[in-house]
Design a protein around this ligand. Structure first.
Ligand SMILES: NC(=O)c1ccc[n+]([C@@H]2O[C@H](COP(=O)([O-])OP(=O)(O)OC[C@H]3O[C@@H](n4cnc5c(N)ncnc54)[C@H](O)[C@@H]3O)[C@@H](O)[C@H]2O)c1
Ligand SMILES: [Fe+2]
Length: 360
């Protein structure tokens, strides 16, 4: 039995934010971060809704906390919108999704991603941090009603954000493709997302703006795949490490993904092989194709100037090992572990930690 539910309306292309007017809203509550508030984008996007009343909540910080979402929920409730607009990267979208969920209102939620990464604009996930632990909330009601993919918002993306978020897309596609919940529809989306992002990321990183919509759409496709198929060990460890050390989420995926691919290859070799071949990496035997997949991820990571180890990302090995117990416990408790293609145990997490810790 294969079940696939797709409920988010997706509007994509340059200038797509103008479509906000079609939602006929009277009271718009826009959630964003200080960057888009200060540069005037938030006000411009809110104005596109042509509403009578607008309120902008612009305090979202990367990896939003439960406290911040609670503060935003109170403001949202007292404003009483009929449309909630989330503008920003995964952090702003997750915060807005959690606020909409906690406020229990009937307002529609429109997500406008400004990074090509999280896929949060189409997922049932919202990730909030509490006491240095990242908690993925997972609920169908978190899924936005519409996603607007406007490539005009990507003009100022710095190369480091293209790289970080880009590796989030690759990790979503790779993990969804081999996850226990994968099916024929999620496979098609994950394969297409992986091929597009893998092919276009070097040009996007080099500043070629004409490929940015390709990566942006790939991020959404990967989100559609993983919200149904699930993720895996790479994301479970990225959540555990991200809560403790505040390294950008996609950068952690870049550090972890090649090691996780090698570790899962015993059970997922055939599917990894298919994915590698579909992206033009060759390898008629699965073992060769898996090796090509791992090596090409490492090569792309270097090309995008991403760190190879936690030490290179600024976390001393002593800090990692003194928190190893917490990291293992948070990884095993993370819902993403449940859909990893092989069972995750304590020793596996420690083995990957050893590989990715690095030296100072
Ligand atoms: N809900 C989900 O399904 C899901 C999936 C994956 C990741 N996440 C979460 O998403 C978060 C990461 O999101 P992210 O990688 O999009 O980054 P982010 O939202 O944390 O933003 C990082 C920084 O980039 C800046 N920025 C965003 N767009 C920009 C643009 N167009 N130009 C210039 N600067 C810009 C922001 O102001 C911010 O300072 C993490 O908390 C992660 O856990 C959620
Ligand atoms: Fe992710």
């Amino acid at each position: 039995m294969d079940e696939f539910v797709c409920t988010t309306k997706i509007i994509s292309g340059p200038g797509a934010v103008e479509k906000l007017a079609d939602f006929g809203a009277r009271r718009v509550f826009l959630v964003t971060d200080p960057f888009f508030f200060k540069n005037g984008t938030a006000a411009r996007v809110a104005a596109a809704a042509k509403a009578e009343q607008i309120e902008i909540f612009h305090d979202v910080k990367p990896d939003p906390s439960v406290e911040l979402a609670a503060e935003g929920t109170a403001k949202l409730r007292s404003f009483g919108p009929d449309l909630i607009v989330a503008l920003g990267g995964g952090s702003a979208m997750d915060c807005a999704k959690a606020m909409a969920f906690f406020s229990k209102g009937n307002a529609k939620l429109i997500a406008i991603p400004t990074t090509s990464g999280s896929g949060s604009e189409v997922t049932d996930f919202a990730i909030l941090t509490h006491n240095k632990v990242k908690h993925p909330l997972v609920d169908r009601r978190l899924r936005p009603d519409a996603a607007i993919l406007d490539s005009d918002l990507l003009e100022e993306l710095p190369p480091s954000l293209v790289a970080d978020a880009g590796f989030d897309v690759l990790a979503h596609a790779v993990e969804a493709y081999v996850a226990t919940g994968a099916g024929v529809f999620t496979d098609a989306l994950a394969r297409e997302a992986f091929g597009r992002a893998y092919g276009a990321l070097p040009a996007s990183f080099a500043g070629r703006k004409e490929v940015r919509l390709t990566v942006h759409q790939a991020a959404t496709m990967a989100g559609m795949a993983f919200t149904q198929a699930g993720l895996g060990l790479c994301h479970a460890m990225a959540h555990a490490l991200g809560g403790l050390f505040h390294i950008p989420h996609g950068r952690l995926n870049a550090i972890l993904l090649p090691s996780v691919v090698a570790c899962n290859a015993h059970v997922a070799g055939k599917k990894y092989g298919d994915l590698a071949r579909s992206a033009g990496m060759g390898g008629s035997a699965d073992t060769i194709a898996v090796r090509n997949l791992k090596n090409n991820l490492i090569r792309l990571r270097r090309e995008l100037k991403l760190p190879e180890t936690l030490a290179q990302a600024g976390v001393a090995p002593s800090a990692v090992w003194s928190a190893a117990g917490e990291i293992v416990a948070a990884t095993l408790a993370d819902p993403c572990c449940k859909t990893n293609p092989m069972a995750v145990e304590d020793f596996l997490v420690r083995r990957i930690l050893e590989e990715v810790t690095g030296r100072v």
